[in-house]
Design a protein around this ligand. Structure first.
Ligand SMILES: Cc1cc2nc3c(=O)[nH]c(=O)nc-3n(C[C@H](O)[C@H](O)[C@H](O)COP(=O)(O)OP(=O)(O)OC[C@H]3O[C@@H](n4cnc5c(N)ncnc54)[C@H](O)[C@@H]3O)c2cc1C
Length: 388
């Protein structure tokens, strides 16, 4: 068991940190206030190879494994303060590109993956509906077979990247009576007649990541746009969620590392009552708690990515990782704000942005309550109760 990243992984992290610090935070307070996604920065990330990190070289990717990609996204989270951009990149990678790589036909992969690597295609994963959120398999978007076509009808909402997207992975049911066994995944290009995308919705955090509604009305796609077999949507969804829950929080680990560094510098430099505030036990213990949360989050996140590379990642591991890291991220963001006092509360510090971004992590990719449900359910299975 070797916990050290390789020299190549450390070098990749360093190059991403340098790139992010130099290029990605331009105009951030303004873009955050206005809720604006930057396609230009998206393209710059693609030019560095970020969107293609875990995708095979033959499709324009970097051919990195999941652990290396996860370490790279950790470094991105550490150096890039634009949490919305980082979130959009993660959603594109884990919930769209990787499921397409896993379940797509050769024709689908060669059609879409090169653009998803080079930044020309933004992709989304669209399952949530107004009446089907945590209970995602209760979706009502229908897919009716009509000759060699499927006709999609329904509405998806809260979809990350939708306002900018070029390709939609849409989940619909071919037969509601079959429940989850009727759920099927489709690839729907943006220019398909019958697909429309609402304007971006305003939100508390992750404001530079666009979120929107997707409406399908008599939207016709050919059979060959099925992602996987009819009725295999649950498998596609579970694969995407396992990977996303395991890996999307790696960037939060990087953000927590930056928060701790900044809190240390601040509390050592800030004097009250004639001494650095870091010398007060109440402050130093908060720093210690932040460190413990960070180390646990880092180990969980790297272990989950390592399991994914071995194709041994189970829903239990993914949910434990997602739950712990997202809750730790929110608590450390609150601590960071508290340790900065009034300055932390002022918008100009940017510390509020980390907290606003962090809160979303308890909801997207399945809420914290749902992660606890999954974990508790797995604990009742004798073979997985104690883990390994
Ligand atoms: C920033 C952001 C990005 C998102 N991006 C996407 C995306 O790209 N694609 C996509 O398809 N969706 C996306 N979503 C939607 C997200 O997956 C859902 O918001 C989430 O699954 C919760 O569903 P809901 O909002 O309908 O809440 P509900 O399911 O209505 O839940 C409301 C509350 O009830 C609780 N609850 C519900 N059922 C149970 C239960 N059985 N036990 C205990 N508590 C329960 C929940 O935990 C929550 O606290 C995104 C959401 C956010 C906030």
């Amino acid at each position: 068991m070797d916990f050290r990243p390789t020299e190549d992984q450390l070098a990749l992290q360093e190059s991403i940190r340098r790139f992010a610090a130099a290029r990605l935070d331009t105009d951030l307070p303004e873009r955050d206030r206005a809720g604006v996604f930057s396609r230009k920065l998206w393209e710059e990330c693609a030019a560095l190879g970020i969107q293609g990190l875990p995708l095979p070289v033959e499709y324009g990717g970097q051919g990195a494994d999941v652990l290396t990609t996860s370490l790279a996204m950790e470094a991105l989270g550490e150096a890039c303060r634009d949490g919305g951009l980082v979130f959009s990149l993660n959603a594109h990678l884990w919930s769209a590109a990787m499921p397409l790589l896993e379940f797509g036909s050769e024709r689908q992969k060669s059609r879409w993956l090169p653009g998803m690597c080079d930044g020309s295609i933004v992709a989304v994963h669209a399952i949530t509906e107004p009446a089907a959120g945590s209970d995602a398999m209760a979706l009502t978007t229908s897919a009716r077979k009509d000759g060699a076509m499927y006709v999609l009808d329904g509405t998806k909402h809260f979809i990350t990247n939708a306002p900018e997207a070029d390709l939609f992975i849409v989940f619909a049911t071919v037969d509601r009576a079959q429940g989850w066994a009727g759920v099927t995944a489709f690839l729907v290009p943006r220019d398909t007649a019958g697909l429309s995308v609402g304007p971006g919705v305003d939100k508390l955090g992750l404001r530079t990541s666009p979120t929107g509604e997707v409406v399908l009305r008599d939207c016709r796609v050919p059979d060959r746009y099925l992602l996987g077999a009819p009725g295999a949507g649950m498998m596609v969804f579970e694969y995407a969620m396992r990977l996303e829950r395991a890996c999307i929080m790696a960037s939060a680990v990087g953000m927590m590392r930056r928060q701790l560094d900044e809190c240390l510098a601040h509390t050592i430099g800030r004097h009250q009552f004639g001494q650095p505030i870091a010398d007060f036990q109440a402050v130093s213990h908060t720093l210690a708690d932040m460190k413990v949360r960070l180390e646990a989050a880092s180990l969980l996140s790297r272990h989950a990515a390592w399991l994914a590379d071995r194709r041994e990642l189970e829903a239990l591991d993914a949910s434990v990782t997602k739950l712990h890291v997202s809750e730790a991220y929110v608590r450390s963001s609150l601590d960071a704000l508290q340790l900065h006092g009034g300055h932390g509360y002022m918008t100009e510090s940017g510390i509020d942005r980390d907290l606003r971004d962090a809160i979303g992590s308890r909801i997207y990719s399945g809420t914290s309550q749902m992660q606890r449900d999954i974990i508790a359910g797995r604990l009742r299975m004798p073979s997985t109760a104690s883990g390994s």
